[in-house]
Structures are given as structure tokens and as C-alpha cells.
Design a protein around this ligand. Structure first.
Ligand code: PMP
Length: 349
């Protein structure tokens, strides 16, 4: 696939900023302070961070079994979503409801975002997607799988159909992949020239660091790299992310605990009258509150009431009002937090 043809003309002619790193004894080239203090041993914060995040990308490459040249680092994956839209432009297309930043950033960058409703099982409506691909030729399609806020993974065959039909880029956003276990897109990066996979460290214990990754063919990485700010990933974040990735066993055990708690919470919620939880492959559960009258407005009011009631007891969940009326979304916490949530919810119902 000829990637350059898809890139916005102003980006096509652009050369990436190069922050050269020349080994030296006395470093006086970058207007840094010579007086530093180390917050963590070996992190010199008087110096600019490694613009290429080489150590981190090397570790991620090994972890995901891709080459470092197929990885671009972001200040969170939402920065990479921004960079992707800045590189390829619009129209963009995505199912709804989904992660709101696809729409917000499209609008912020003055590009049209095409919303395609999910089907009744929260899966991709392939027919509508194929229609949009044919008629409106989106430059970028964003598919969050597992999807936020519904929690389900989209059917693989539907995603592949969209990747094959699209003449633009298809971004499979796997922010919640660690909780779903399936890893089928990364191994096929080389086979599909328009496939981009997004991952983040935010959901597995490191949200405060702001570290995300985009994996794609080297030609795509080179284009998107032109719009990336040179020092987008600060030294502390790089350092801590490297330390965390070297201590993967601990992260894996946290993920296992979230997954087993998700199963327990789902089972308990399923037994609870007055709500309907939706199966999730992510680190949260979306659930519908049934109002006594059963009407849409009764459900909406009941969801507001439960939301407020939980908050009154000190438990904050997400009210999906306006995105998924009548629904709330609860993130999986520690076993104690989950039990407290369940107890409060049952009292309120
Ligand atoms: N993608 C999805 C689907 C998300 O839900 C989120 C966070 N809510 C992100 C990306 C952004 O993650 P990050 O913290 O890496 O910017």
C-alpha cells in the first residue's frame, strides 16, 4: 500500500525534527541547565529526555515481538490518536458509543468524524461500515476492541473485513487488550499495510506516567513521527516505564487479579435484581439500571438516582448519561472496593 498518498499534503513534504544525540564529554549544545539534581538515581532531569525513547521501545519491541522501527511512543495513547489525525486527516470513522477522544480530536483538528452506531449486540455493523468506506472513504477508522464503554471485544471477522475493505488506515485501539488476553492483530502487522495497533500502559497501573504506543509498518511510523513533538515522553516516565516493563511479573499478577475480580463482580451483579450487567473483556463493567416503570425516562432517572446514591456513600462510578442513557460503568477495583460497591449498590436497589 502506498502510504504517502494517504498522508495530508502538508505532512508529506515535512521532514521530522531530529534531536541529534552526539556522545560528548562536555555537553553545551541544547540550552539545558548544567546544574541538575537526580530524582531517581540515573535520571538526569537537567537534560532533555531521549527523544527516541530507545530503551523503552527496545523493551516494548521484545515484549510485543515487533521491531523497534515499528513502534512510536506517545504521551499516552491519546496523543498518538491526535498525531494520527494530524498526519492523515479526515474524514475519520468510528462506531458509537466508543472512546470519546476519536470524535473530540477529529473536531479539534477540524476534520469530519463519521459515527456508525453499533448493532444491538454492541458489535460492529459491518454493512454500514462498508457503505461508509465506499461512499466517504475515511482516511482513518478507529476501532476500540475491547470497546470503551461497552466492554466487549468486536468480532474478529468483522474487524478483518473492515481492514480489508478500507483504503485508509484502520486503528485497532487495544487499550484494554491485557484484560482480554487475545493478541491477534500485532502478529499480522506486516501482512496488512493499513493496520495500526494502539496500546497503553495506563490501564495496567501506570496511568500517571502517560505512556502509550502505536505499532505499524515502518512507513506509517515515519510519517506520524513527523508530527510528534520531539521530547513528548519525559525522562521520568521513560525511566519508570522501563523499570515496570522489567518487572512484568508484578504487572501480570495485577492484571490477573483484575480479571478474576471482574468475573466475580459480573456474577454477583448478574444475580442482583434491578440491573443488567453486560459481559466485559476489559477492566470495567457497563450495567443498565432498570426503572420500575421500565420506560426509557424511568431508566434514566433510576440510573441518576443510583449514581447519586453511590456517590453519597463515597463510591464514584461513571454515569453514562448522554452516551448510554440509563447505564453506569464501574471500574474493577481491589476486592475490598468491589465488595463495598456491590454492598452499596444492593442497598440502593
Ligand atoms: N483508548 C481507549 C479505548 C481508552 O479508553 C483510553 C482511556 N480512557 C485511551 C485510549 C487513552 O489512554 P491513554 O491513557 O494511553 O491516553
Amino acid at each position: 500500500m502506498n502510504i504517502r498518498r494517504l498522508v495530508k499534503p502538508n505532512i508529506r513534504g515535512l521532514k521530522a525534527y531530529r534531536a541529534e544525540e552526539i556522545p560528548c564529554r562536555v555537553k553545551l549544545d541544547a540550552n539545558e541547565s548544567p546544574y541538575g539534581f537526580s530524582v531517581l538515581r540515573s535520571v538526569r532531569i537537567n537534560r532533555y529526555p531521549d527523544p527516541e525513547a530507545k530503551t523503552l521501545r527496545g523493551l516494548v519491541a521484545r515484549e510485543f515481538r515487533v521491531k523497534p522501527e515499528n513502534i512510536l511512543h506517545g504521551n499516552g495513547s491519546d496523543e498518538l490518536i491526535y498525531n494520527l489525525i494530524a498526519t492523515f486527516g479526515g474524514p475519520t470513522a468510528y462506531p458509537v458509543p466508543t472512546f470519546s477522544m476519536y470524535g473530540i480530536l477529529s473536531q479539534a483538528l477540524n476534520e469530519t468524524g463519521i459515527e456508525i452506531p453499533l448493532d444491538e449486540k454492541f458489535d460492529l455493523d459491518t454493512e454500514r461500515f462498508l457503505g461508509v468506506i465506499k461512499k466517504r472513504k475515511p482516511k482513518l477508522i478507529f476501532l476500540s476492541s475491547p470497546n470503551n464503554p461497552t466492554g466487549n471485544r468486536f468480532s474478529s471477522d468483522r474487524i478483518w473485513k473492515i481492514i480489508k475493505a478500507s483504503k485508509g488506515m484502520v486503528v485497532v485501539d487495544e487499550a484494554y487488550q491485557p484484560f482480554s488476553g487475545r493478541n491477534e492483530f500485532l502478529p499480522l502487522l506486516g501482512k496488512y499495510g493499513n493496520l495500526i495497533v494502539l496500546r497503553t500502559l495506563s490501564k495496567i497501573g501506570l496511568a500517571g506516567l502517560r505512556v502509550g504506543f502505536m505499532m505499524a509498518g515502518a512507513d506509517i511510523i515515519n510519517e506520524v513521527n513527523k508530527v510528534r513533538l520531539p521530547f513528548n515522553l519525559n525522562s521520568l516516565s521513560q525511566h519508570v516505564a522501563v523499570a515496570a516493563l522489567r518487572n512484568r511479573e508484578r504487572m501480570r499478577s495485577y492484571i490477573r487479579s483484575v480479571v478474576s475480580e471482574r468475573k466475580r463482580l459480573f456474577k454477583e451483579m448478574k444475580k442482583t435484581e434491578g440491573i443488567e450487567p453486560y459481559p466485559s473483556q476489559a477492566n470495567f463493567i457497563l450495567f443498565r439500571i432498570r426503572g420500575n416503570a421500565g420506560s426509557v425516562s424511568a431508566n434514566r432517572n433510576a440510573a441518576d438516582r443510583i449514581y447519586e446514591g453511590l456517590l453519597h456513600k463515597g463510591i464514584l462510578v461513571r454515569n453514562m448519561k448522554g452516551i448510554f442513557d440509563g447505564c453506569l460503568r464501574v471500574t474493577i477495583g481491589t476486592p475490598r472496593e468491589n465488595t463495598a460497591f456491590l454492598k452499596a449498590l444492593r442497598q440502593l436497589l
